[in-house]
Design a protein around this ligand. Sequence first.
Ligand code: PSU
Ligand code: MN
Length: 307
Amino acid sequence: MASLHEITTEEVASQLDRGGPVVALESTLIAQGLPWPDNLETARESEEAVRSAGAIPATIAVLDGRIRVGLSASELERVARSTHFLKAGRRDLATALARSLDAATTVSATLWIARTRGIGVMATGGLGGVHREAATTFDVSNDLDELGSADGALVVCSGVKSILDVPATLDAMETRGVCVVGYRTDELPGFLTRSSGLPLESRVESPAEAADLVRAHRALGLPGAIVLTQPVPEAVALDQAVMDAALLTALEEARAERVTGKAVTPFLLGRIRHATAGNALVANRALIVSNAGLAGEAARELAANTR
Ligand code: PSU
Ligand code: MN
């Protein structure tokens, strides 16, 4: 499955051919979201969690200007060790290809690549969205628009990153027709904390129920994504007060250091890790891996029962 601009691994291509379950995994959280070597360990554990659920993982990135759907072990390590990778949203993909760059793909780029190549399920940690100063900076993630046009793709995550204006992000998803669902919860998860305090109108109890919802959404031909939100595992969840304090300091530091644009999210996540003595890192890793596992289970249910 090789073309001038793109390579899909043999394993992923043959699984897609036979209609078997595949889960797309993003690479920005590896290259820019987590520090070495936690990033490589998390990426490997995520792929393993997808396999344990009976699905095939397809980690997506751009290497030497070619879109890659599925990475070998050494390619995964190359992404994790990267220092020069572009952080590519959907709109950056053409630049990465035309200039033969290495790029990690965010949710917007990963989801677009996945769904246009027949992979209808992906997993990540927390979605991008409306930043807290968006009223003046207009900093709104490309993730939202891609979610709005993702044609019934299923995205498993732990809500939106708490560094954002979370209520505004939830409203922006409503505007775009994105169906947000709680996995065994009535509230939007708070990314590194269990809850954001914001109620959700839809809830499922199992991967099979999630698959039913996805099938109904697809049967209607609705244009948006289904976002299945799973809280961070209880044992490693951050305490709300600890999170709030760390975030407040991190936001002040970002303002003082005039961090803008794509650098904002990695900067804030790094400062929060530091301020929580690594507890944020433990929580972030755990939620990413458990979301990959849930995505694997949902993909398996979808493939097993395509009505
Ligand atoms: N989940 C994590 N860590 C991350 C991300 C998700 O646990 O770093 C990435 C995703 O790739 C998401 C991106 O698309 O952060 C959003 O970045 P921005 O706010 O710059 O749009
Ligand atoms: Mn942004």
